[in-house]
Design a binder for this molecule. Sequence first.
Ligand code: GLY
Length: 415
Amino acid sequence: MKVLVIGGGGREHAIVHTCARQGHTVLCTPGNPGIATLARILDSPQDADSLAELAVREAADVVIVGPEGYLAAGVVDACTARGVPAFGPTRAASRLEGDKGWSKAFMLRHGIPTAQHATFSDLDAALAYMDSQSMPTVIKDAALRAGKGVTIAHSQDEAGAALKEIFSAPDACAVIEDFMTGQEVSVLALTDGEHFALTPPSQDHKTIYAGDTGPMTGGMGVICPFPLSATDLEVIETGVIAPTLAGMRAEGMPFQGVLYAGLMLTPDGPKVVEFNARFGDPEAEAVLPLLQSDLAQHCLDAARGELDPESIRFSDESSAVIILAAPGYPGDPVRGVPLGLPDGGDGEIIFHAGTREVGGQLQSSGGRVLAVTAVAPTLNTALTRAYALADRVDFAGAQLRRDIGGRIGARALDE
Ligand code: GLY
C-alpha cells in the first residue's frame, strides 16, 4: 500500500516506522530527518487543500493525519471530498479536542464522567468564579495549545496569572475545573465511528520535572502497558469510549480515527481529563512499536467505515519512552544544539520529534527533540534499556525525567 503520513514529529516518525516495517511504501510531509530515512519526504504547502491535492497526485491509498492542527484545518474533509481515504476525524468531529469548552459540555450531555467545571469567555467572570474555588484548581485554555495550555494552580495568584495569560489572546475561552487525584492513564481507541479497538493503555508524564512538578509539557515519557484493572477497563470501554462515539454519531459528526481519552483513575472511578482526536505524542511512540497487525490496513478500514476490531493485535511485551527535551523547554527551547545519536539494539528506537539537519549536522529544532524508546519482555527492562540508550545520546543541556514509570512503582533496573 502507498501511505501518506502528514506531520513531522515523534508521533509521525512512529507511524512511518510502523508502516515501513510492515512493508508499505511511505510518503511523508513535512517529515523530519528521522522520517527521511524511512519515507520519501514531499515538499508541499501545509494547508488542507494542498495536502489533499498532494494525496491525489501521489495516488496515496490512505492518508494518516498525525497532529491535531491538520485535523482542525479540515485535511480529512479535503481528502474525503477528493475520494482519498483519510484516517482521522473531520474538522467538525475534531472539536472534541479543539474546543475544550464544547468538549466538556458534550460530556455532560452524554453522561460521560468528568470533573466538575465551568467555562468562561470573559476574564472578569473567570476571576470572580476563582474566588469561590478551593486549591488546587485546574485552568485550561479552551483552544489547541499542544498540551501546554493547562495550569494546575495552587494559589489564587497562580490562577489569576494563568487566566490573564489565556485572556491575553483574542476570543479566548477558559475552562476551570476541579482538581482530580489518582493515577492518570491514556486510552486510545482506533475507530471507524462505530466499531473500535483499544490499544494497550499507557501512562504519560506531563510535567517537565520529576515528581510531577514544574510546568506542563506535551509529555516527557510514557510506559506501556499501564496496569489497568479489568473493572476500570470495562468502565472506560462502556462508560466512556462507547457513549462518546454514540454521542458523536447522534450529534451528526461520527468520529473516525483515534479517540484518545486522557483519564484520571479517581476514588470514584475513571473520569475523563480530556479527549484528544489523534494518537498521543509520545504515547504513539510507546504503543505503535507493540502493534503486530497492519496499521495502514486498519487506517484504511477505519476511513472506509469497515474496521474489524478483532483484526487488531498487539504484542504482550512492554515499552518505555524517555523524552529528551531542549534546554529552555517548555518555555523558549534552545534550537540548533548539535545532536549525536547512538545506534540502538534490538527493540530500541530513537524517534525524532524536533530535529533538523543543517550542513549534514543533526540539530535540535523544537522543544521535545527525541523520543528514546525501548521494547522488552518486562517494563523494568524496557525502562532500563530506554534510559541506557538516552544516556548515550550526545545532546548538551538535554532535559529528561529520571522517574518515568515511578508512579506505578516501575523502575529502571541495573542489568
Ligand atoms: N501526550 C499528550 C498528548 O498527546 O496530548
